[in-house]
Ligand binder design. Structure first.
Ligand code: SF4
Ligand code: SF4
Length: 429
């Protein structure tokens, strides 16, 4: 294990908080019995059709690497492919009786190899959200303005956006909604406010709710208003980006900042509209394994984190949306647990026969970032979802994150326009 940890132990996790308790990363990897029960669930194996790209193959490779039986330099290209072709979907965890967190192992390997999955300019831009939120906000606004005024279209026509490292601009332009009003103005128009006197809830909007889909933030605030006075935290990073794409030390810093700020509120409940952020913050303590004080603080903090479905009341009247409806399992790391169960319960109660239950193996929209790096694989995996939606003839597909809804709408528009996707909170907005 010396080689694996040689780079910088602070850049890696000391232990994973798995569903079956705390485990050192090596133990967690070694617990894979190679039974193969997860094989059918893995979207990248379905496409690549090679054992190396199965959850079992990935775990074995990481184990050999940690035991020093695989040379990182000699196998660098293969390792990169093994890492980058994993969508981090977590379907394998759901299929595995031992709940082996393969997606987490992949992230650990990515950190060990210092791999930057995203194109450098996009990575730098997104990293600014934590290191310099004011600049991030300015740059995003400038980019949205460039889009509104047709500059992005011009860049696409001239072919500049086809250059290496810039092709993500085309994809972002295709995916993002045509109208992206500024959050504050949008909320004012809806008679909603970012501040509240004596708040009882803190809302941490996801990046999409803050910059790309203000309607999502408005839906959250309207739903919360039935029970809470809400304070909105703008320009506040959750640390998830660094956890997935970058440096664990920066992720820890971001979470520490978040916890400190949260303590100043007297530990009010903290609400997120993203299932990915919820899952990440609920396990924040694993970032601080070995540091008792911060581990305890993170545990207390995690208990106060809520997901959007926690503030959704059971509704008696069916909203005016196209039926049948279904719920898409699109979140990082994990495909089960509280957010899914609660969302499913709400939808089942509301739509009864018109709620189409789907197996987790039916549905999978690769996470937003994955589409930027692995466009071909992203298309193939998304098409599996679109096919499954078409088979069940669902007309509205609910997701647990705004980015998943954007991504899924992109594919639906192209291949099955009879259906559309929306965040589940829109039911009550
Ligand atoms: S990850 Fe779990 S289900 Fe998959 S091969 Fe290993 S033990 Fe079996
Ligand atoms: S996280 Fe998803 S893509 Fe990665 S190994 Fe597991 S099932 Fe396959």
């Amino acid at each position: 294990m010396v080689d694996f940890y040689f780079s910088n132990p602070h850049k890696l996790l000391r232990a994973l908080h798995t569903e079956l308790g705390e485990r050192a990363v090596y133990d967690s990897v070694a617990h894979c019995t190679r039974c193969g029960c997860c094989q059918q669930a893995c979207p990248s194996l379905l496409i690549k059709k090679q054992e190396t790209f199965s959850p079992r193959g990935r775990n074995q490779m990481i184990r050999l690497l940690m035991e020093g039986k695989l040379n990182t330099r000699a196998h660098r290209l293969l390792l990169e492919e093994v890492i980058n072709s994993c969508t981090l979907c977590g379907r394998c965890i759901q299929a595995c009786a031992g709940k082996i967190p393969t997606a987490e192992h992949i992230l650990e390997l990515r950190r060990r190899l210092n791999l930057r999955a995203l194109p450098a300019p996009l990575h730098r831009l997104l990293a600014l959200r934590t290191s310099s939120p004011v600049w991030f906000s300015r740059l995003v606004r400038a980019a949205l303005l460039a889009r509104r005024t047709g500059i992005v279209k011009l860049l696409r026509l001239t072919g500049i956006t086809r250059m290496k490292g810039l092709s993500w601009i085309n994809r972002a332009d295709d995916l993002l909604p045509a109208q992206t009003p500024e959050l504050k103005k949008y909320l004012l128009n809806q008679k909603l406010s970012l501040e509240s006197h004596n708040p009882t809830l803190v809302y941490l909007p996801s990046m999409e709710a803050e910059f790309l889909m203000p309607r999502l933030a408005a839906d959250v605030l309207k739903t919360a208003a039935k029970k809470h006075r809400t304070l909105v935290w703008r320009n506040q990073s959750s640390g998830l980006f660094e956890y997935v794409y970058g440096d664990l030390r920066k992720s820890r810093l971001a979470v520490r900042r978040l916890i400190r700020r949260h303590e100043q509120t007297g530990n009010l409940p903290l609400l997120t509209d993203s299932a990915d952020v919820f899952i990440f913050l609920r396990r924040a303590a694993q970032l601080f394994s070995g540091n008792k004080r911060w581990e305890e603080k993170a545990r207390c903090f995690s208990r106060r984190v809520l997901f959007a479905t926690d503030i959704m009341p059971q509704k008696s009247s069916v909203p005016d949306i196209k039926i049948p409806v279904r719920l898409d399992y699109s979140a990082l790391f994990c495909r089960e647990g509280e957010p899914f169960e609660r969302a499913q319960k709400i939808l089942k109660t509301l739509f009864k026969k018109n709620f189409v239950e789907c197996l987790y193996t039916d549905a999978d929209t690769p996470a937003f970032g994955y589409g930027f790096v692995r466009r071909n694989l992203a298309q193939e995996t998304a098409l599996q979802t679109v096919r499954s939606i078409a088979q069940t003839q669902a007309a509205t597909v609910f997701t647990l994150s705004g980015l998943s809804a954007l991504e899924l709408n992109y594919w639906l528009k192209r291949f099955y326009p009879a259906a559309q996707a929306d965040h589940v909170i829109s039911l009550h907005g």
